[in-house]
Every structure is written in C-alpha cells, then in structure tokens.
Design a protein around this ligand. Structure first.
Ligand code: ZN
Ligand code: ZN
Length: 392
C-alpha cells in the first residue's frame, strides 16, 4: 500500500431516511454531471450543507432521524433501483473531527479523544487505500480483503458510510473549539501502523465486557497481531460511586449511548416465537417451533461465534457475532456475550459488554484517560505492538 504523505480527501455516503432533504447554507456552485448526479461545490470555507434527514443507528436500538450540517462538496444521485446516494467529499482531518465528536461526547477527556482520533484516522485510511486499489469503478476485486461487517458487502461510489456500519459521521459540531477538534488538531496525521508499515485495521466498540475479542470471532477467519484478546480491567465501573459514575458517563458518551454505557452487565428476554419469525424473515427458513439454543463456539471474550438452534425442522447454525445479535433482537442485541436461562416460552439472557469487543474498548479507554494515562498508553494497551507515527 502507498501511504499518502499529504492529507487525502474522503468520500462519505450519507445515510438518509428517503430522499435527501438538503438545504445549502452559504455559497455553492450547482451543476449536473454526465452521470445525471447533481453536484454542489462549496465556494468558500463558511458554506455548509444542512441535511434534514440523516438516519443514524440504522437497525440498532438507538435508530433515529436527525438534522445535521456538513462541510465539503456533495454529489446527489438517484440510482436506477430508486435508492438515493448522497456523497459528501471533504478533507480527511475534517472527517476525523466529525467522527470523534459523533462517536463520543466532544467534551470527553482530551487524551481519550486523541486516542479515538488516531484510531479512527488509521481505520479509515486503511479503508481508503483498499477502496482506491479497486480502481475507478470502486468495485472490489475477488482478491480484495473484505473489512466489512458479515454479509454487508462493500460500498460502491464512496469510501465509507455515515453510520455505525463504518464510523459515525453526524456532521460538524457547531460549538467551535470543542475538545474533539483540539484532539484532532493535536494528533494531525498520526496513525497506528502494523508491522509491515500499513495503517492498522483499528477496531473499537462501546464495551468489551472485561476481555477483548479476536477479529475472527466477528469477521473473516484471520487474526491481526495487534488485535489480541486480553483482560480489560479498565471498563469495570463498579469502583465508582453513583455520582462519579454519572459524571463519567455524562462526560464520555453521547446522550443516547449513556444509558447503555452504565452497565457492563445487562439482561433481556427473548421470545422463542420471535426467533422463529426472524429466522424466516432473514434466511427464509420455516423452522416451526424453536426448542433449544446453545453456544456451539465462543470467542475468548465469551462472545458467541456460532449459535446452534434446535427446531421442529432440525438444527440450524447462525454466525458470526453480529448475525447472532441480529437473530435474537429486532434492533440488535447489545452483544453476543451472554448465558441463557430457559423460561418456557422465552429465554432470559444474562449478558455483558456492548458491541463486538475487538480492539479498543471505548468505556475502558475513557477510564484510562480519567486515571491519567495519555493517548499513546491507551492505544498501546488496546493495540499492542502497533506503531504510532505521524505520516503527514
Ligand atoms: Zn459503511
Ligand atoms: Zn473493556
């Protein structure tokens, strides 16, 4: 891979709820290109685009539609299948600033936000380099490494999408000089590199639950040397009293994430008939009654990699981690790290963690910063062996 020595641009596909409702603020040159798309080119740095219907958390329990303001240039196209594509092109550092402020509270601890900025920059740079290798049409070749979630495929026509599938990109924070902007400025051009000098595939999730997970439990059957499974004492919040806990969560998470961040442990009830319904809806399997469920294979954090279902129509196996979470809940189970208790027509799940648990644990990383660790120490703990270097 050729690593850029100057800041590249990135193309972000904005996920909207239906046709994009765009309102340019400031001066734009508007034109139509050969492909039939409408282009908006910002004529000065003060111009920004208001998008009234950005969809966030699609398919998750925090899904909602919000208005958001974006910098950069835009290309809007309605594909032959009727789906809309709205692509925002902007300099990488502005993208990282938005991601850092969208994933976390932009006023969180500075060292934590710096760690997040370096990690988000590494991940997306690796993604851009892979996309650009595909050539102009943006299509993957068979030999390309697939870095996406399970069966979602890659993006055509842009590098990353604006939602949790890639990294949250929810517009620019309007309050000037937030800590997120400061964190991005102070770490400008710094990324994590693997042993071969390529950008590290730096994964992160809300809470590992006490032990980080391996890449192969969630995605392809391969391991990355800096994504190890190790104990994480930092995300155990039980040592905080109620006031300290509330302060920590308010300062670290966005409002809609705060509640779930409060507990490494969680509990939820899953109806057996709902599992049968989703098995049919997602996979076209008419299984009749679901009679049993067990973890056939778990990753080292305890996350279920392959779930075995006993049904009236025989046995079915579901994997990997995200597929298990989606099968057991309409808005995606918090994690696949759980034990089950049979309640007759349902199972009671006793679970831990939030997300896939691979790489950096956002809860633990924020606690490390709170305890006085700097961003290099935080990244060294969650991505052992990866180098931290400035590339531009
Ligand atoms: Zn995506
Ligand atoms: Zn953790």
């Amino acid at each position: 891979m050729n690593i850029p020595d100057t800041e590249p641009d990135i193309r972000v596909g904005l996920i909207t709820c239906g046709a994009p409702l765009l309102a340019p603020r400031g001066e734009y040159e508007i034109s139509r290109d050969a492909g039939g798309a409408v282009r908006y080119r910002a004529l000065n740095q003060r111009s920004f685009m208001r998008l009234e219907n950005l969809c966030i958390g699609k398919g998750f329990h925090w899904q909602r539609v919000i208005p958001a303001d974006f910098e950069g240039n835009f290309r809007v196209l309605r594909n032959p299948d009727g789906k809309w594509m709205t692509v925002c092109t902007l300099p990488l550092e502005r993208y990282v600033a938005s991601v850092t402020a969208s994933e976390m509270n932009p006023r969180a601890h500075i060292e934590f936000l710096k760690a997040h900025a370096v990690m988000s920059r590494s991940w997306v740079l690796g993604k851009i380099l892979v996309c650009h290798q595909h050539g102009e049409d943006g299509k993957r070749r068979a030999s390309d490494i697939v870095t996406d979630w399970e069966d979602t495929g890659d993006h055509d026509g842009f590098d990353v999408c604006s939602d949790d599938h890639c990294q949250r990109f929810q517009g620019m924070p309007h309050t000037a000089a937030t800590r997120a902007e400061e964190a991005v400025d102070e770490t400008r051009g710094i990324i994590l590199l693997d042993r071969d000098g390529n950008p590290a595939d730096a994964r992160f999730s809300k809470c590992c639950g006490g032990r980080t997970e391996l890449f192969s439990t969630c995605w392809q059957d391969r391991e990355l040397p800096y994504l190890t499974s190790h104990d994480d004492p930092w995300c155990d919040l039980s040592g905080l009293d109620a006031k300290e806990l509330d302060e920590f969560l308010c300062a670290t998470f966005r409002n809609y994430d705060k509640e779930a961040g409060a507990s490494r442990e969680w509990e939820t009830r899953v109806l057996k008939k709902d599992i049968a319904r989703r098995l049919n809806a997602k996979y076209g399997i008419d299984c009749g009654e679901v009679t049993g469920m067990e973890a056939e294979e778990r990753g080292p954090s305890g996350r279920i990699k392959r779930l075995l279902l006993h049904t009236a129509a025989g046995e079915f196996r579901i994997g990997k981690e995200l597929a298990v979470r989606r099968l057991l809940s309409d808005d995606c189970l918090r994690s696949s790290l759980f034990e089950t208790e049979d309640m007759g027509d349902s199972w009671l799940l006793h679970g831990r963690g939030w997300g896939h648990g691979v790489g950096l644990c956002q809860t633990g990383a924020a606690m490390m910063a709170r305890a006085g660790k700097n961003f290099r120490e935080i990244l060294g703990f969650y991505f052992p062996g990866a180098a931290i270097e400035r590339i531009y």
